[in-house]
Design a protein around this ligand. Structure first.
Ligand SMILES: [Zn+2]
Length: 131
């Protein structure tokens, strides 16, 4: 199982959070923050790559690359920028705003509170029941 982080946040603090959590080995795709002396520069290298106008970093773009490589994509999200990929993932775990969006728009999803819930459900569906 490969875990990839996609975020509409900024690489600057995501990388620090991953290192602090002992997860620096995980790949991630996010918007870019560059510090030049006293100036901040934000770049959106993955904006609008799929003609999607709702994402700064279109998570669907990254997900589609994995799907093209044959991955079964389990998507875990909670916010506005997760709406786009939730429509295309093979399986969706949702909470908060994303869960309300999925329920309102008929996007099949499983609610979760934390990553332990996700792990437990994946084990149940794909390991214990052999799906
Ligand atoms: Zn998008």
């Amino acid at each position: 199982m490969e875990i990839v982080i996609v975020s509409d946040g900024l690489d600057y603090y995501i990388e620090k959070m991953l290192i602090r959590s002992g997860l620096a080995h995980l790949d991630f795709f996010a918007n870019a923050l560059k510090l030049n002396e006293n100036t901040l520069h934000v770049k959106f290298p993955f904006y609008d790559l799929l003609d999607c106008k709702s994402c700064g970093n279109c998570k669907t773009y990254h997900m589609e690359k994995y799907k093209a490589d044959g991955y079964y994509v389990v998507y875990v999200g909670n916010g506005f920028s997760d709406r786009c990929p939730s429509e295309y993932a093979d399986m969706v775990f949702a909470k908060g705003e994303l869960l309300r969006y999925c329920r309102k728009n008929g996007v099949e999803s499983t609610s979760f509170e934390n990553f332990r819930d996700v792990e437990r459900e994946l084990l149940k569906r794909f390991v214990l029941n052999g799906e």
